[in-house]
Ligand binder design. Structure first.
Ligand code: PLP
Length: 365
């Protein structure tokens, strides 16, 4: 038999979460780019996109190969490339597959103009309103706009920006002010909101929103749980107990002996390690479920194994099901115990973990 670790992706929950995002955008008729970068946050690009295709207005991702994979899977929705294109040689591919790049440098506009494409390419002009990663600023935007005014090869233009603090008290108003100052009286398409802004900052919900993490059932906020937001968990990571060890007081477990038993301790050895994507920096105490009951990580996570505490779970043994996250154990809770965010847990699930997709039909069949 194969190693018992596996991922499970509930596409009905994904569709439910999309409907939650839709509700937040409904008041302003906001269209939604479902963000499916990084293999749909580790959930499986094509199954996720296929399950959302009849609901979403578009998809947003970064990798050209993944955008092509969506088209080849029959996805016809608009596709936005969030980091644009990386070299001019890719432009004919964008035109062929009907992909819309974000553009953040003047030389990229020049490259489109000079590419001799058979069709006009639509663009989302990315504005830097304070994140200071990508985008035009007050200093660089006028030249781009002058170029756009005379460009022949560039089709529909939209303006977008990305928020640095939509999930924390600094909020979005300072960036919206900069955005509005940059675009002036622009009446065309805009795109501002990520998940956090969509859910918490109605003033940012205009044009196209770009929800990612909420679709996958996690909360973008430290102070509000996914369940409180009406979101359902989509991915669960499950494995089994391989063997049981009984530790006497003073014995230690795993590399570095980080956990030392103070009392007789019953330990389950689980087929899951950092090579599966479980965070190595998760400390003793990080929660997990064994047969649906709460347990906790003990000692250091190894490459292929980790240990959990079965002292209070006498019925658990070899073959007991271990849920690393998902179901009744929010990934957000595991992430917070491990000092990270659920985004990272999801994206890190390794290719060697088989991922099964269930549900996802329009009629719930
Ligand atoms: C990843 C990303 C998003 C989605 O962010 P979430 O916090 O997952 O909703 C939106 N916009 C851009 C530009 C992104 O890179």
């Amino acid at each position: 038999m194969s190693r018992p670790i596996r991922g499970r992706v509930d596409l009905d929950a994904l569709r439910h979460n999309f409907s939650v995002a839709r509700r937040y955008g409904a008041a302003r008729n906001t269209r939604l780019f479902s963000v499916v970068k990084a293999n749909a946050y580790g959930h499986g690009l094509v199954p996720v996109a296929t399950a959302l295709a009849d609901l979403t207005d578009g998809f947003a991702l970064l990798e050209l190969s993944e955008a092509i994979a969506l088209r080849e899977a029959g996805i016809q929705n608009p596709i936005l490339l969030l980091e644009g294109f990386f070299r001019a040689e890719d432009l004919p591919v964008l035109a062929e597959y009907g992909l819309t790049p974000a553009v953040h440098r003047l030389d990229q506009l020049e490259a489109i103009e000079g590419a001799g494409l058979p069709v006009q390419l639509p663009v989302f002009i990315k504005l830097n309103t304070g994140m200071n990663r990508l985008g035009f600023t007050a200093a660089t935007l006028p030249a781009a706009q002058a170029f756009l005014a005379q460009a022949k090869a560039i089709g529909d233009v939209a303006y977008m920006t990305h928020f640095a603090d939509a999930d924390d008290p600094r909020g979005v108003d300072w960036q919206i002010q900069r955005f509005d100052a940059l675009v002036g009286d622009w009446q065309g398409t805009v795109s501002l909101a990520n998940s956090a802004a969509l859910l918490r900052h109605p003033q940012a919900v205009r044009g196209w929103a770009r929800p990612g993490i909420v679709l996958y059932g996690s909360s973008p906020f430290a102070d509000q749980s996914a369940a409180d937001l009406g979101l359902q968990p989509v991915m669960s990571l499950e494995s089994e107990i391989l063997t049981v060890q009984e530790l006497a007081p003073g014995e230690r477990v795993g590399y570095g002996g980080l956990f030392e038993a103070q009392a007789p301790t019953r330990i389950g050895v689980v087929a899951c390690g950092y090579a599966d994507g479980y965070p190595r920096h998760a400390p003793t105490g990080t929660p997990m479920l064994v047969d649906g009951r709460r347990s906790r990580l003990l000692g250091r996570v190894s490459m292929d194994m980790l240990c959990c505490d079965l002292t209070d779970l006498p019925q658990a043994g070899v073959g007991s099901k271990v849920t690393l996250w998902g179901g009744d154990l929010p990934a957000d809770e595991v992430a917070s115990a491990a000092g990270t965010i659920s985004y990272e847990l999801f994206c890190a699930v390794a290719p060697r973990v088989p991922m099964t997709h269930v549900g996802g039909q329009a009629d719930g069949a």
